[in-house]
Design a protein around this ligand. Structure first.
Ligand code: FAD
Length: 638
């Protein structure tokens, strides 16, 4: 299959405008004849559902939480980027574009990233108009701070609750449409399969999580905005419910999965404290605006209290290694540097798996009140979890699994290889290459939902010649019976292991063999072990309760089954990519000073995997990454 990314011709800056003109429009009176399914109510899904309904389409929107506003996006802390250049510090659309391409280690599609940078300015206007309470300067203008991998301040924020405030804005727009009848909302409903009719995605099969009822919904097009898969690692900063099920099941129906090995390990998380934990807590990257990262110079000092280690005996390793970016070096680089320091035996805290994030200098310079105003809720959260007051002693942080750059392969229109299936937000692979810069996920989710899919989906609807099938179509009944058989099978095993214990084992394996660093031997070992774990799951999982009631053990078991299958693809992708780039660090491919060594000659492509059937190896398709505007260069933050 020839992967056609549908990137428009012409100069980079004009591609999106030209494309929007070339796309066919749907007559306003005809829009209400089309029905669109949106799965997901995070920033990507809520913004898409609200915008599509506002245009006049009939929208059905689904989420598994009890309310759309409980989507994982609510957890985002630090901010959202936009090239407004309010600071007059040298920012521009081109600089945001370039920083993002470079931050992603030159493994993203140029045209998508440029469009994202262009749209960033509209997103802020849209959100301000909705009343999102962004932080403001004394004079009333919106305030900015910096995030990793940039030298300008372009991150808009609402304290440490940016995701919550943005989601309330999108949710408000969604509610307006629910009350007007433009959107029918289905909370507590899990999509368990895509229905494909004559090669096009024309509906979904869902399970009502309260009653267990399995039913179908037909539509003219389906939008997935179902978030990322990083919980495959079991321990992560994501909400416990985040999972890969929707995109994985779409993959099995023909939507290629791209770059699954591009996973982001975030450098500033509260360290793991023991086996009992079910999730990890992020300390926003924004803290690195004012916090300095260090470890003791000498191993022998690691057991001493931080205050007992004099200035000269401290190693501010990010400032030392990356003087231009210092504590704001990008995430992949900062995470590896923390791992390196701990591997050398210079880590602090229990097990030596921690580094300091120290605010003493900033508090001395700015006063505790300023720091409290900027990050108060994060300091409170840290104290509640660790019992330590970070105004008085440095925070202890360690990297943790955080974000998925890989996802469903989509073209410039955000349509997958399954016609009629659009994928937005963290669920797609599109814009961040091998490493995402901080504060760019919210930008992408809202850009996709408010400004891209409302244009591109119309073109599909008027050109596809595939009307919505009747709900009586036999394919819906067939997929429903597959879904029922899957849940019945889970309930019938009655084995000895909980879904949690199998998930935890999978996560540990992945963290060790395919986490911050990977190598051929480790990946091969993981690829041997994962099928065994899959077998163990299907023989020995114990799902309690029934299928006709609220049964969270059943929901979770289905998600774990998908994670186990998906983990194999993740490791296969990591094994085949014999280079290091961004979050994918293959130990065999590094420069003499330990930096990632790309191989542009052989790997400057997006890897899109096609499902070939159970127990068959997936087929690899390559989308070459052609750079017209930027030159591929060695990424340096020194
Ligand atoms: C702690 C934390 C802090 C972060 N801070 C920032 C930040 O400051 N800036 C930034 O840019 N990014 C940040 N991120 C990343 C960002 O929050 C996410 O990438 C983004 O919110 C994802 O949005 P989304 O709409 O794609 O998916 P989500 O918000 O994950 O929403 C997914 C939706 O899909 C639904 N869903 C999923 N599967 C199914 C199914 N099978 N059936 C029905 N519904 C389904 C869910 O119910 C949910 O409504 C942070 C991430 C974390 C973990």
């Amino acid at each position: 299959m020839n992967l056609n990314a549908q990137v428009p011709g012409g100069p980079l800056e004009q591609k999106w405008d030209k494309h929007r003109f070339d796309l066919k429009l749907v007559n306003p009176a005809n829009k209400r004849k089309f029905e669109i399914i949106v799965v997901g109510t995070g920033l990507a899904g809520a913004s898409a559902a609200a915008s599509l309904a506002e245009l006049g389409y009939q929208v059905k929107c689904f989420c598994f939480q009890d309310s759309p506003r409980r989507a994982h996006s609510i957890a985002a802390q630090g901010g959202i980027n936009a090239a407004k250049n309010y600071q007059n510090d040298g920012d521009s659309v081109y600089r945001l574009f370039y920083d993002t391409i470079k931050g992603g280690d030159f493994r993203a599609r140029e045209a998508n990233v440029y469009r994202l940078a262009q749209l960033s300015v509209n997103i802020i206007d849209q959100c301000v108009a909705q009343g999102v309470p962004f932080a403001r300067e004394y004079g009333g203008l919106l305030a900015n701070r910096s995030f990793g991998g940039t030298q300008v301040s372009r991150t808009f924020y609402a304290r440490g609750q940016t995701g919550q405030q943005l989601l309330l804005g999108a949710y408000q727009a969604l509610c307006r449409q629910i009350s007007l009848g433009g959107v029918r909302m289905f909370p507590r409903t899990e999509m368990l399969d895509v229905v494909v009719i004559d090669g096009h995605a024309k509906g979904i099969v869902v399970r009502d999580l309260i009653t267990g009822k399995v039913s179908s919904h037909a539509a003219d097009a389906v939008v997935l905005a179902t978030g990322g898969y990083i919980n495959v690692f079991y321990l992560s900063t994501n909400a416990k419910g985040c999972n890969v099920t929707a995109t994985w099941r779409a993959y099995k129906k023909g939507a290629f999965f791209a770059n699954p090995c591009y996973t982001q390990i975030h450098p500033t998380c509260i360290p793991v404290s023991g086996e009992h934990q079910s999730k990890l807590t992020l300390m926003s990257e924004s803290l690195r605006n004012d916090g300095r990262v260090w470890v003791p110079r000498r191993k022998e000092d690691c057991g001493k209290p931080a205050a007992a280690i004099p200035e000269l005996e401290r190693d501010y390793y990010l400032e030392r290694k990356y003087p231009s970016y210092g504590n704001l070096a990008p995430r992949d680089i900062s995470s590896r540097a923390a791992k390196e320091a701990c591997d050398e035996g210079r880590g602090v805290g229990p097990g030596g798996l921690g580094v300091y994030l120290d605010f003493a200098d900033s508090i001395k310079r700015l006063g505790e009140n300023v720091i409290r105003e900027r990050y108060g809720n994060l300091f409170d959260m840290y104290e509640r979890i660790t019992g330590e007051n970070a105004y008085q002693v440095p925070m202890r942080i360690y990297p943790a699994a955080h974000y998925a750059m890989g996802g469903t392969w989509v073209d410039y229109n955000l349509m997958s290889t399954l016609p009629g299936l659009f994928v937005l937000g963290e669920a797609n692979f599109a814009d961040h290459g091998a490493n995402r810069l901080g504060a760019s996920a919210l930008m992408q989710g809202l850009g996709d939902g408010y400004f891209v899919v409302p244009y591109t989906i119309g073109h599909y609807l008027v050109t596809c010649n595939q009307p919505k099938p009747p709900a009586s179509h036999a394919e819906f009944r067939r997929v429903e019976s597959d879904v029922k058989a899957f849940t019945d099978r889970l309930l019938s095993i009655k084995g000895k292991r909980t879904p949690t214990s199998l998930h935890r084992e999978l996560g540990k394996l992945l963290w060790e063999k395919c986490g911050m660093a990977r190598n051929e031997a480790g990946l091969k070992l993981a690829l041997q072990r994962i099928p065994e774990l899959r077998e163990e799951f299907w023989k020995n999982v114990n799902v309690t309760g029934e299928g006709t009631e609220l049964n969270q053990s059943l929901e979770y078991a289905g998600r774990v089954a998908d994670f186990i299958e998906f983990a194999e693809l993740l490791c296969l992708d990591a094994l085949h990519r014999r280079e290091s780039c961004g979050g994918h660090f293959r130990e065999e491919f590094q420069t003499p000073d330990g930096e990632a060594q790309r191989d542009d000659q052989n790997f400057a492509y997006a890897a899109a995997w096609e499902y070939q059937g159970p127990d068959k190896a997936p087929a690899l398709h390559k989308e070459p990454l052609v750079y017209e505007a930027v030159h591929l260069s060695t990424r340096s933050y020194k």
